[in-house]
Design a protein around this ligand. Structure first.
Ligand code: KG4
Ligand code: ZN
Length: 358
């Protein structure tokens, strides 16, 4: 069985061919065209520009994924596309292209939820995960905890009430002049600071104790910045980004004083701690036999190290970094159980910006 996956929910146009034999998936090709250079200067994803870039990229990206896999369109078992959640104008490009390929070839169409894709990025590399699993999906748009039962049935246990964890990284980085996306830069600089230098506290949650909230932390960072006269160093970093689109760690370090490195380390420590504490509480509640962490923030080295050092009584699985951020191999992987169940999508299937997984 071979599935072509297509992903276009946000700012990456991606296509991949994944093969499954005896329950073992293998990535035959995976192409990701990033729009970072388009959105970077605006400090975040601009929806209109994103759909325009997807339109430009979709045909060559799919063609390259097919070429590299050596699989012809007619030999595919299915074509899977992300149906939501995401930016509706972006989703439409990938979904519509998948529908036209399906219509032209007769290969069935499968609609995949983007969040389910992130979970399958882990399953791709660890097909024998232990159920029930707890999935922590942490990206620029989501911070969700799901129970995963055999057959990939999901139950939502907690989510963010305001900002997603990745969004908190992005907003703090933008505030400090590091540009977009913020997660990778903060991750690279955090080891140079003291994570215990600035104490951030999280408000106790009313209602569902497993929900997250990151807007208070973002405001606390803003107050700290206002109280510490940081205008000139922020201006120096903004100037650096104008000179060089992707500064190196050394270049950032020359423009980031120790006090700011301490702030970054403390901020990252607070986010990591919050994610792991709630995930561990949740895993205990459902008697999880494994923990899956996925989504862009799963690239974070501090989060990976802390999860490894936490001494959790079950295995913790992260995707390799290339599969943590948006890609299409995870979309194809998520489609295999649907193919086995004959869960195909009709041509009337609409993109759903706010699609929920459970
Ligand atoms: O999964 P993803 O590629 O797209 C969404 O579905 O949102 O995640 C992108 C998010 C961004 O917010 C980015 O700052 C964050 O993941 N991210 C990171 C790291 N790499 C990417 N956050 C923390 N540490 C990282 N190393
Ligand atoms: Zn994503």
């Amino acid at each position: 069985m071979r599935i072509l996956g297509i992903e276009s929910s946000c700012d990456e146009t991606a296509a991949a061919v994944v093969e499954q034999a005896q329950g073992r998936p293998a990535i035959l090709s995976s192409i990701v065209a990033s729009q970072l250079s388009t959105h970077g200067k605006y400090g975040g994803v601009v929806p209109e520009l994103a759909s325009r870039e997807h339109l430009r990229a979709i045909v060559p990206v799919v063609r390259e994924a097919l070429d590299r896999s050596g699989v012809a369109l007619r030999d595919l078992s299915a074509i899977a596309a992300t149906v939501g959640p995401g930016l509706v104008g972006s989703l439409l490009v990938g979904l519509t292209y998948a529908k036209s390929l399906s219509f032209a070839t007769g290969v069935p169409l499968i609609a995949v939820n983007h969040i389910e894709g992130h979970i399958h990025a882990v399953v791709l590399e660890h097909p024998a995960i232990e159920f029930p699993a707890l999935a922590l999906v942490v990206s620029g748009g989501h911070t969700h905890l799901f129970e995963v039962q055999p057959g990939f049935r999901y139950r939502l246990l907690g989510k963010t009430r305001d900002d997603a964890a990745g969004e908190a990284f992005d907003k703090v980085a933008k505030l400090l002049g590091f540009g977009y996306p913020g997660g990778p830069v903060i991750d690279r600089l955090a080891p140079y600071g003291n994570p215990a230098a600035v104490r951030f506290t999280f408000a106790k949650m009313k209602g569902n104790a497993l929900d997250f909230s990151f807007s208070g932390l973002k405001t606390a960072v803003l107050r700290w910045v206002e109280a510490h006269d940081m205008e000139s160093e922020i201006a120096a970093r903004v100037a650096l980004r104008r000179e060089r689109p992707a500064p190196t760690t050394e270049e950032w370090l020359t423009r980031t004083p120790p006090r700011t490195l301490d702030l970054l380390a403390s901020f990252q420590h607070a986010v990591v701690n919050e994610l792991l504490t709630r995930a561990a509480a949740c895993a205990e509640q459902i008697e999880a036999r494994s923990l899956i962490v996925s989504g862009g923030v799963a690239c974070n080295a501090g989060l990976r190290a802390a999860a490894g050092a936490a001494g959790l009584p079950y295995p913790v699985y992260f995707p390799t970094p290339g599969l943590s951020t948006d890609n299409a191999a995870m979309i194809a992987a998520a489609a295999f159980p649907k193919l086995e169940r004959g869960e195909f999508a009709g041509f009337e299937t609409a993109a759903q910006a706010g699609l929920a997984l459970a």
